[in-house]
Design a binder for this molecule. Structure first.
Ligand code: AMP
Length: 420
């Protein structure tokens, strides 16, 4: 071990487990790529102001958990705590919304940073795959995103997840509800900080996990009773489209989510095998965010799924992903000349697209065969001086144990043919 360790709240992805993370990212991205979403990549840091405005100053993410710093040049930057604000910033900056038909559909995959109290499923560096559909108000778009996330989880073999769905209303009906809720909350016995929250972001009080708070919330005005006609119709249509697609969901009117920018549809994917950090992904509609960032009105919807927690969910369900061996052929040279010749064979096989590895470091046959075995390769190619003198190599099928001498000149074609 060296003097250094990964920082608190972080961990390294190492083989063989890292292959699962890659497979999860790919499985989440696949339905998006298949549905018109283009890949977007934004910087790992942005101006602090973007998150303060775009995520909300009153949120824990911005007020407590942001890695914010000042550069030598005096810029105030922060490591990104989430993806939506950055993606929308990038789309607006490049005028993507003016270049073609709306919505602009984008997907992303990357690292996010929050200064949280580390525990299982909650890290300071974590990874998300996300999707944003920018510039259209259409219940089919909200439904599409939920269906694609459901499809991604199912394709991974996950079964014990649930979809929680809610509508937060819009700028017309939410303020009326907000006021009614504030009136109710002000009459409760709450601590100083929660009282402050009532004034800044009362909906988030509903999200308070403490039982002494939850007990008092019984009888709180319900957002559902305040939704305006347009929001109600929109939400009913999202629900009908999901049901039509065979996606099972639960109405959860307590679901407000931690970010300020959500309007109308909000949803969360929770997994029952994860204990307290049960949210594996979430998202919603954010019709006002573009204007909050100084852009035009661009009603949008998106989600982010956590890769780390999805991997934990797979473990909790005992799902083993089928990850094909990364190496198909392993070459074992015996002696100097064989090393040169087989290294050439390895290079040619790789050019043919055959995943090939080589016994480096001049090991003996026994040690090299052990490495070959561990690599999961279907075939090994072994050659010593006597083989080369005869112009052949030994091709061994690791599954059947069968071994044949193959002319050196034919081995690349022979292996490629056997593998195809
Ligand atoms: P959020 O933006 O908080 O809704 O996060 C979306 C998803 O990202 C969550 O459902 C988690 O799967 C994941 N996530 C958020 N914060 C963390 C964290 N600190 N550690 C691991 N995963 C996280």
């Amino acid at each position: 071990m060296s003097t250094f360790q990964a920082p608190r709240g972080t961990y390294d992805l190492l083989p063989p487990d890292s292959a699962t993370y890659l497979a999860v990212r790919e499985a989440i991205a696949e339905p998006l790529k298949n549905s018109g979403y283009g890949y977007v990549e934004t910087p790992g840091f942005e101006s602090v102001e973007l998150f303060a405005r775009g995520v909300g100053e009153s949120t824990d993410i911005v007020s407590k958990e942001m890695y914010a710093f000042e550069t030598k040049g005096g810029s105030k930057l922060a490591l990104r705590p989430e993806g939506t604000a950055s993606v929308l910033r990038a789309a607006l900056e490049a005028n993507l919304h003016k270049q073609g038909v709306l919505p602009v559909k984008l997907w992303y995959s990357g690292s996010y940073y929050r200064y949280e109290k580390p525990q299982k499923g909650r890290y300071r560096h974590f990874s998300q795959v996300g999707a944003e559909a920018i510039g259209a108000e259409d219940p089919a778009l909200d439904a599409e995103l939920i269906i694609l996330a459901d499809q991604a989880y199912r394709s991974l073999g996950l079964r014990q997840f649930r979809i929680l769905l809610n509508s937060l209303g819009d700028q017309e009906c939410r303020p009326v509800y907000r006021e009614a809720l504030q009136g109710f909350l002000r009459g409760l016995d709450l601590d100083e900080e929660t009282r402050r929250r009532i004034e800044i972001n009362p909906l988030r009080v509903l999200d308070d996990k403490r039982s002494e708070v939850q007990k008092q919330l019984v009888g709180a005005p319900s957002l559902r009773d305040y939704l305006c006609e347009a929001c109600r119709a929109y939400h009913d249509e999202v629900r009908a489209l999901l049901t039509g697609a065979g996606v099972v969901f639960e109405d959860d009117e307590k679901l407000v989510r931690g970010l300020d920018y959500y309007t109308r549809t909000t949803f969360e994917f929770v997994h029952d095998g994860l204990g307290s950090q049960s949210a594996v992904g979430g998202g919603g509609r954010y019709d006002g965010l573009s204007e909050m960032l100084g852009g035009p009105a661009l009603p949008s919807v998106g989600w982010a799924l956590g890769v780390d927690r999805t991997v934990l969910a797979l473990r909790a369900e005992g799902v083993e992903l089928e990850i094909p061996a990364s190496t198909s052929v392993f070459a074992v040279p015996l002696g100097e000349e064989a090393r040169r010749v087989l290294f050439g064979v390895v290079t040619r096989l790789r050019k043919e697209g055959v995943a090939t590895d080589f016994a480096y470091g001049g090991r003996g046959l026994k040690g090299a065969m052990k490495v070959a075995n561990r690599s999961g390769a279907r075939y090994t190619i072994v050659a010593g001086e006597r083989d080369l003198a005869e112009g052949v190599v030994q091709l061994k099928d690791m599954e059947s144990g069968e071994q044949n001498a193959i002319p050196l000149a034919d081995v690349v074609a022979e292996v490629a043919a056997r593998l195809s």
